[in-house]
Design a protein around this ligand. Sequence first.
Ligand SMILES: Nc1ncnc2c1ncn2[C@@H]1O[C@H](COP(=O)(O)OP(=O)(O)O)[C@@H](O)[C@H]1O
Ligand SMILES: [Mg+2]
Length: 915
Amino acid sequence: MTLEVPVAREQVGLIAGDGRSPLYVPRSWVAIAELGQIFVGRQDELDRIDAAMRHPGLSGAALIGAGGAGKSRLLAEVVRRADEGHHLVVRACACQATSSVPFGAFAQYLPAALMDTAFNGNALRMAADALIGQSGGRDLLLVIDDAHLLDEASVALAFQMARHREAFVLTASRSGEGIPDPIADLCTSGLAEWIEVRPFTRAEVGEVLASTLGGPAEGALVQRCWEATGGNAFLLRELTTAMLETGALTLAEGVRRGGERLPVTSRLAGLVDKRLTGLTPECRRALELLAFGDSVSVDVLAGLVSRAAVETVEARGIVKVERLGGRDRARLAYPLYGDVLRARAPRLRARRCREELAGAVEAAAPGPGDLLKVAAWRLENGERPSAVAVAAATRDAWSRMDLPLSGQLAGCAVEAGKGVEVAEPLGYGLMFAGRSGDAEARLAHLGRPARERDRARLTSVRAFNLAFGLDNVSEAWLLLRTGLDDLTGGEPRAELRALQALLHVFGGRCHAAVVLAEQVMADVPGDSRARCVAEVARGVALAFLRRPEESFQALGEARELSLRWQGELPWLEIFIELGWVHACLLTGRFLEAQAQAAAGYDRAVARQFPFAIAWFCLLRALVARARGEVREELHRCREGVAIARHHGDRGLLAVLLAQLAQGLALAGEVKAARRALAEADGLAQRSLWLLQPWIELARSWVAAAGDSPDAPAIAEKGAALAREFGAVGMEALALHDVARMGAPQHVLARLRELAGQAGDGAVPLYAAHVEAAAAGDGDGLAASSAELERLGSPLLAAEAAAEQANCHRAAGDLAAASAAAARALRLARSSGARTPALSALERPRLTRREHQIAELAAKGLSSKEISAHFVLSVRTVENHLQRAYRKLGIGDRAELGALLGLFQPAHDDDHSPTM
Ligand SMILES: Nc1ncnc2c1ncn2[C@@H]1O[C@H](COP(=O)(O)OP(=O)(O)O)[C@@H](O)[C@H]1O
Ligand SMILES: [Mg+2]
């Protein structure tokens, strides 16, 4: 199965042609050609410019920002948006060539005679009058890009016109180049606004990528581009071009993914070279060292070049100096430069850089993470650092989540006979790199460590990998049991028992997990690793057992404890947040669940930890499911599936695929949904059995989308499974789904019972909703709809409103029916979902003529005007209007506007259906 295709060949685009001879080229060419037209973000800046232009006391705005920040593009956008009726836009053309010609920048707007006269006060006045003369009474907007290149006469002209409020002067200048004094004076004297053009945020980088690449890019790629370019618009454009040109991108599940490393094309290299022109060889050397050294202490760097060189590159904005761990460290402001410099450095030069860095860092007092780098540089240079150093560096790299490096170092440590010491980085590292089979083979090879602690850790990493990596749960249990027989100490045994508790909970045995976890916690000290793992298992179990307060408390404590152990067990965070988000979801705290899942995703992306990213994609998808945001659900599932497939996480992949199927079913893509579900079913997933109810529910939604009468029964199976787990919240959610599929009577009794057990949150609300639906109680449904909206689920609220509309209509209350139907449609609009309740909504249907007339009435036309428009009698128009009001359940024209967009006209004019 080839699921990843190069983006460049993804599609063929039309670049030019007159219809008879179209020119088709790879899609990437079109994307590159369109890069310059894209405009993203900058709302804040645009608003401020707009406000300044309207402000009576202001006559200018100065944009300032780094080279390539996006100043020129922003100016172009202001010009594009300017209203020609109100403004005459005069665009100065400032460049090196005109910078010594008086009025050179405004030459095209000024009379030829003026260009020949000497520059004096008289000429200045004439020039201003000439511009005013062309304005035809409109306001003048002088737009000056690269203001530092403006000739003196033009500066004076702009300054004077701004001072006398004869024009609004909008300038752009590069920070560091200095803006002309008079323009700066305008700002300091309060006549002009000073507006900084900031680097793009990560979200904006994501938007740029999405619009240039023709669809969403995975979070990890967005993060890398954002980091590499420092959010610089120009560098981002060039990097995108390089990615498109080299075919470095692949398309998986409709998500654009990056390759192992960012591409360096000769064009990109040339551009970086150009940016570095004028630097002394010493400055360049400083940059090269940073390219290999990443973040280097300023003292070390100054020792290798000179302090003056470091100061120069910092002043030029190419290097950033930050205080980290109590000392100043330098790094490249745009890490993309580092990629270019490294790619271009000849081998021997690269080697010498690493050698010098390693020597200098070792000689100085190394800071945190420095020794790890030294080991990495030495390895890269083909040297053999000592076994102890490698083992220490491996653990360090591991705790920093540098997966590739820790993997490489762990391999060396094993060769040097230090395998036992690096068992965890080795095992987890391989597992998280999608190589669980290798991990098991290499761990099994390490033999039986002499020390109990080492034995416990080796056993636990192996068992974890067997269960969650290879989905071989029985083997994992066997290993843990024999491992326990081989241990006597309380703490080493507790480590394995805590892991057993975790396997219990993910196996769906929530009660057993709580019991075992509590035993472990009673046996070991408060801050031990075993206690932390046990606390996580307990917290997750409590979340599913619907004991939310205890769960939040347990997980909160686990969060605190995990700060200490996160470096050794990076999966702790994932399971903690999995529990937390479920505790929120199952008690109806949808908005909190959303915030938690999104924050976790951001952290995972910032750490470039694919395993965690895929997990957080699932959590975000589950939140989106609860809120009924189908597009978001699909997007998150696709990204997660692409990662999990690439990394071979079978259990997680199965849940993600099922969730994808659920989203596709709601989006009406039944075939694709069935395919995804079949694939999910093909992957065994005993290690994540706890999440199986989600898969069963997905199955029921796929069935419902295919109009299968079995859908409610399948959802009931999901509920039964959750009940088996003791997962009351999940059971209630599943039963609610059964009701949503049209079988409320079936589940009412059990939901009532569950609602009686649980005080607040979602369960009583689900029960009340189902109660009202079963009884056909319109007012009850209205109340449920309002509550569900408040909970943060527009889709569920829309469904209740749709049911309410049908109840009212059945009772003959057309006005109430119409209002509820309108509410249902409005709420469902953002969701994009098709569900049985929404399909069953009978909408008031206007005839085409009624709709046309109502539309004009909504725009404020009188009946007489409408009658003239359609050549009808006024009486006929009024009759049509009255019928429309009756169908929509409204009293007059004022309410028409909001409703009309929601109700499309019927196709058949003659047989107007009644409500
Ligand atoms: N808001 C934006 N959205 C998308 N692309 C942008 C935006 N601003 C700038 N760019 C891209 O970055 C490039 C450099 O921007 P530019 O405005 O020329 O920078 P500056 O004038 O600050 O040096 C532009 O050619 C454009 O492709
Ligand atoms: Mg520019």
